[in-house]
Design a protein around this ligand. Structure first.
Ligand code: SF4
Length: 333
C-alpha cells in the first residue's frame, strides 16, 4: 500500500488540484503548530493526506542551540537543530534517516542508510522550528545529494510564494559532493549556497575518511563544484577537517593550493575536538596557522573553525557526534 502523502509534500499547484475550496489557504499548511487548523485537518482526511509528518519526541537546550528529535510515522527519528546567531536563527535539518557514506568522524553514517526523507518531512522540520528561522542548512543527518529529487522538491516548496516564500540565498546545501548531483545542481536555476566536505587531497585518504565516496575522484568532485560556482557566479566553500598525520602534510597543503588558487572557492579549515572512541588527534595551533598562512598567501580565502564534538551548545553539522546513530526509536503509535 502506498504511504499517505504529507500535507507539506504538496506544492501549491498540487494543493490547488485537490480543489481545497475558497476557505482554505496553502499558507496555512505552514503553521508551526503541532496541529493544523481543523478545516485543513478535515480536508486532509477527505483526501487521504496525513496533516503532519513529525511528532516532537525530545528537545535539548544548549547555550546557543536547541536540538529537536522528531519521530517519523514509521518509527524512525530525525534530528534538527535550531541555532541562534547574532542576526537570526538557523535551522540545521536532516535529509535522510541515517546515511550511506559512513564518514569516519560521523555517528550518523555508522548505521547505514535507512531511507530518504520525503519533501514534506524535510520542509516540516523548518516549519516546526518556528517562524524566527531565517537561514536553513542541510547539515543534519544524511547526504542531501543522495536524496536529490526530494531535497530539490523541498527547496521548491520552501520557495513557493504562496507558502513561506523562502529566499534561496538563505539555504545552504552541505554535501560530500556527489559529482552526478553537482552536475545536475549546476543546471538548476537555484541560488542556494554550496559547501563541500573535502577533508583530503588524495583519493586514497578521502576513501579512508569517507568510505562511501570511494568511487568519486577528488578531481571530479572539485571540478564539478567549481563548475557550479562559475556557472552561478558564486563562491563554493570547501570544508577541510585537519587531522594530524592523516591529511596535514606539506604535500596536502601544496595540493590544496593547486586546487583552489585563482578559483571561486573558500576553505573552511576545521579542527577536531576530541570525542570518545574515534581515535583522531587534534591539530596543533602552530600547524593550523601554518596551513592558514600558506593558503592565504596563495590568495585563497580561509576561515578557521572548531568542530563541536558532542556538546549541545555546539553548532550542529556533519561532524557532530549524534546520539541516535540512525537507529529506529520506538515504533510510532
Ligand atoms: S558526515 Fe554527512 S555524508 Fe558523512 S556519514 Fe555523516 S551524514 Fe553522511
Amino acid at each position: 500500500m502506498q504511504p499517505k502523502p504529507f500535507a507539506l509534500d504538496l506544492s501549491s499547484a498540487a494543493f490547488d488540484a485537490l480543489e481545497p475550496g475558497p476557505r482554505l489557504s496553502y499558507r496555512e499548511l505552514f503553521s508551526p503548530h503541532e496541529d493544523l487548523p481543523r478545516p485543513l485537518r478535515r480536508w486532509a482526511a477527505a483526501h487521504g493526506i496525513a496533516p503532519r509528518a513529525l511528532t516532537r519526541r525530545d528537545r535539548q537546550l544548549g547555550g546557543t542551540s536547541e536540538k529537536h528529535l522528531f519521530g517519523l510515522r514509521d518509527g524512525y527519528a530525525v534530528e534538527s537543530v535550531l541555532i541562534r546567531r547574532r542576526d537570526g536563527f538557523t535551522a540545521c535539518i536532516s535529509s535522510q534517516v541515517g546515511c550511506a557514506f559512513a564518514c569516519q568522524f560521523c555517528a550518523s553514517g555508522q548505521a547505514g542508510l535507512k531511507r530518504n526523507l520525503s519533501p514534506g518531512e524535510i520542509v516540516e522540520q523548518v516549519v516546526r522550528l518556528g517562524p524566527k528561522v531565517n537561514r536553513i542548512v542541510f547539515m543534519g543527518i544524511g547526504e542531501p545529494l543522495n536524496n536529490y529529487d526530494n531535497v530539490l522538491a523541498a527547496i521548491r516548496i520552501l520557495r513557493d510564494r504562496r507558502g513561506l516564500d523562502w529566499a534561496t540565498t538563505g539555504i545552504t546545501l552541505s554535501t560530500i559532493g556527489i559529482p552526478k548531483g553537482l552536475k545536475a545542481l549546476r543546471e538548476e536555476h537555484l541560488g542556494v549556497n554550496l559547501t563541500i566536505s573535502l577533508h583530503a587531497t588524495t583519493d586514497e585518504t578521502r576513501g579512508r575518511l569517507i568510505p562511501g565516496a570511494k568511487k568519486h575522484a577528488i578531481a571530479d568532485v572539485v571540478g564539478s563544484a567549481l563548475s557550479w560556482a562559475r556557472r552561478h557566479n558564486r563562491i563554493v566553500t570547501f570544508v577541510y577537517l585537519l587531522l594530524p598525520g592523516i591529511n596535514d602534510s606539506d604535500a596536502d597543503l601544496h595540493r590544496l593550493i593547486g586546487m583552489f588558487r585563482n578559483e571561486p572557492a573558500r576553505l573552511n579549515l576545521m579542527r577536531w575536538n576530541e570525542v570518545d572512541g574515534l581515535g583522531f588527534g587534534r591539530i596543533s595551533d602552530f600547524r593550523l596557522m601554518q596551513f592558514r598562512g600558506h593558503l592565504e598567501r596563495a590568495g585563497i580565502p580561509v576561515v578557521v573553525r572548531d568542530t563541536q564534538g558532542n556538546r549541545i551548545d555546539a553548532a550542529c553539522g556533519q561532524l557532530w557526534l549524534r546520539d541516535l546513530q540512525g537507529q529506529a526509536v520506538a515504533r510510532a503509535a
